[in-house]
Design a binder for this molecule. Structure first.
Ligand code: AMP
Ligand code: AMP
Length: 337
């Protein structure tokens, strides 16, 4: 164990202080790494309070992340990405980050461009909700979404092109998807390059404002509320066991298709965002090609990760374990991208 800790401690694990940073940093520490949180000044006390970061680098704003880069290089840090990195620093800036980056950076383009994402998911043979190119095509209940990792903010529902134009305002960067009636299930996967295996880390469902508040209002008053989907938090979920083979099949197909569209493909944590209909079909409405915040509900490990690893294992810790094993086997290059 002391040799393992010695190997890991030559590197640091760094991330931006938001989203799933508590989990990522705690996981890093549990695997023997030094940990660094890069934070906006007014957020840094959180990482101090919970004692997960050996060092905190304060920056004036996330857009000035580059200010921290030299320090991170000196620390021999490996950067673990999450949605806040992409939402606040931007895809282009992320591509230019000089610090070793955990994961395949180029897959982020396939995630963020909705046409590329669809091509990838179609190649994987998944069930997808119908997409409408033009508002005039709307012929059933649809959900209108906006670009970027904005967490469902401003999304709205429309049944017709008239309703669409009433609600859209000035925005042009939208996509229109068939609204699939069923229950949302977010599937957390981890694909290990080092072990060559897909793992199931857990499932969550989301708590979104105001859509999850509507059932608290008497039916007669609900029609006055415009539903939207701002993410506020997450709940853990345990899935009907007979659905697990389909869950693994979908994850495996996504990994295989990713190798064709963007070599060397997706690895590390990713999430299929699905709706399950009453006939037990999964409709995949989105993929996140990195850790999702829903994994935070399993800070002591999910039932599935516990079964697989025989001890509490978070997605954050699983990332650190992968990095540690890569270092030990002299394969670090394979998991940086
Ligand atoms: P934040 O740093 O909290 O502003 O989050 C940045 C982005 O990460 C948001 O726009 C969301 O897309 C995503 N995000 C943050 N927290 C969560 C969560 N608990 N569940 C799902 N997505 C989240
Ligand atoms: P997203 O930002 O893509 O994760 O979506 C935010 C929320 O919108 C999800 O939690 C779902 O509840 C809902 N949603 C997104 N797409 C669909 C869809 N095609 N059908 C039904 N619900 C959806």
């Amino acid at each position: 164990m002391s040799i393992i800790l010695e190997t890991a401690s030559k590197h640091a694990i760094a991330t931006i202080g938001s989203h799933s940073a508590l989990q990522i940093l705690k996981g890093g520490k549990d695997e023997g790494f030094r940990t660094i949180a890069v934070c906006k000044k007014d957020h840094s006390f959180i990482y101090r309070h919970f004692g997960v970061a050996d060092r905190i680098i304060e920056i004036p704003s996330y857009s000035e992340f580059h200010v921290a880069e030299n320090d991170l290089l000196m620390e021999n840090a490996i950067l673990v990405p999450h949605a806040s990195l992409i939402a606040y620093i931007g895809l282009e800036a992320v591509e230019n980050i000089r610090i070793p980056y955990y994961g395949n950076r180029r897959i982020l383009l396939w995630e963020s461009d909705r046409n590329l994402q669809r091509r990838w998911l179609e190649k994987a043979g998944l069930n997808l909700p119908r997409v409408y190119e033009e508002p005039e095509e709307i012929d059933r209940l649809c959900i209108v979404k906006f670009q970027g990792a904005k967490g469902g903010q401003g999304y709205f529902l429309a049944r017709s092109s008239e309703e669409f134009y009433e609600k859209i305002g000035g925005s042009k960067d939208y996509s229109i998807q068939e609204y699939v009636v069923g229950i949302p299930v977010y599937i957390h996967y981890f694909y290990s390059i080092i072990r060559g295996e897909l793992e199931l880390m857990g499932f969550d469902k989301r708590y979104e404002s105001n859509v999850d508040a509507i059932s608290r209002i008497p039916a007669g008053l609900q029609q006055d509320i415009d539903a939207t989907y701002t993410i506020v938090g997450n709940f853990p979920l345990f899935l009907r066991e007979s659905l697990l083979p389909e869950v693994f099949k979908m994850g495996q197909s996504v990994v295989e298709a990713s190798r064709e569209v963007c070599k060397p493909g997706i690895f590390g944590p990713f999430c299929l965002e699905t709706v399950v209909t009453p006939d037990l079909k999964f409709y995949v409405f989105e993929i996140s090609a990195r850790i999702v915040a829903g994994t935070n509900v399993f800070m002591e490990g999910s039932p599935y990760a516990y079964l697989k690893h025989g001890r509490p294992m978070t997605t954050g810790r699983r990332i650190a374990m992968e990095i540690r094993e890569a270092i030990e086997q002299d394969r670090l290059k394979e998991i940086l991208g």
